[in-house]
Write a protein of this length. Structure first.
Length: 239
């Protein structure tokens, strides 16, 4: 009788342990609630579709300019790592020479990279080279807002060098993100570590309000902090 009672009393404890374990695993795999993910997806689909339609004249103009100013394809296709470590093909307007990585993947030097095409610097500063990624958002590979996706080659390196680097893969990668509006291009491991703090903060606080704030700040950052200074520097060089 005592054995039966002790076994019965142990059941709730075992259930609690398993329930706690299940919640922790679910929380790690699904850091964003179902409702938040649904709202975010609705924003991604409506936003990317609207942006593709409204920016179609700009897309056409940039495509023609890329084709006329340098030999090679208009679009640059590259494998990146997305949510849960899944790989996908990301699209960009080509801003570098076709032989830019003939000797293997290397860190970008930002908008002043010597491998840029004649209009590559402008595309980088204005972020017009990112516009084709609206198609990635519409397909569901990416989100409008989230940590920027990295290449498998660098993910493998960074995962071993930076603790908790995999946390940024708990959500879909984005065209823009918290790290992009508050920090510069990452050209070193030290930069990646600093940007990871913003990525982890975004994962913890992801929501519609934060996404809207980041998108508004993205337009402000591109216009005031990057594009206008770039155009002024070009005018100064010509003068």
């Amino acid at each position: 009788m005592w054995i039966l009672v002790s076994q019965f009393s142990a059941v709730p404890s075992a259930i609690r342990v398993e329930w706690t374990r299940f919640r922790l695993i679910w929380r790690f795999q699904h850091p964003v609630s179902v409702l938040k993910r649904l709202v975010k997806r609705m924003l991604d689909v409506s936003g990317s579709l609207s942006a593709l339609i409204l920016s179609s004249p700009i897309l056409t103009l940039v495509a023609l300019t890329v084709k006329l100013t340098s030999p090679g394809p208009i679009l640059y296709r590259q494998v990146r790592v997305g949510r849960a470590g899944r790989s996908f093909t990301m699209y960009k307007f080509r801003s570098m020479r076709t032989d830019a990585e003939a000797n293997g993947p290397v860190w970008s030097s930002g908008a002043n990279d010597s491998r840029l095409t004649p209009i590559g610097g402008f595309l980088r500063h204005s972020h017009l080279d990112e516009l084709p990624q609206l198609w990635n958002v519409l397909r569901g590979n990416m989100s409008l807002v989230g940590p920027r996706p990295e290449r498998p080659h660098f993910v493998e390196q960074l995962h071993g060098l930076i603790p908790h680097y995999h946390h940024r893969h708990l959500v879909k990668p984005g065209i823009t993100g918290l790290a992009q509006v508050y920090y510069r291009y990452d050209t070193s491991i030290a930069d990646v570590k600093k940007k990871l703090r913003f990525d982890r903060l975004y994962v913890e606080r992801v929501g519609l309000r934060l996404d809207l704030i980041i998108m508004l700040r993205t337009f402000r950052t591109i216009l005031l902090s990057r594009l206008l200074p770039y155009l002024r520097s070009r005018d100064a060089v010509k003068a």
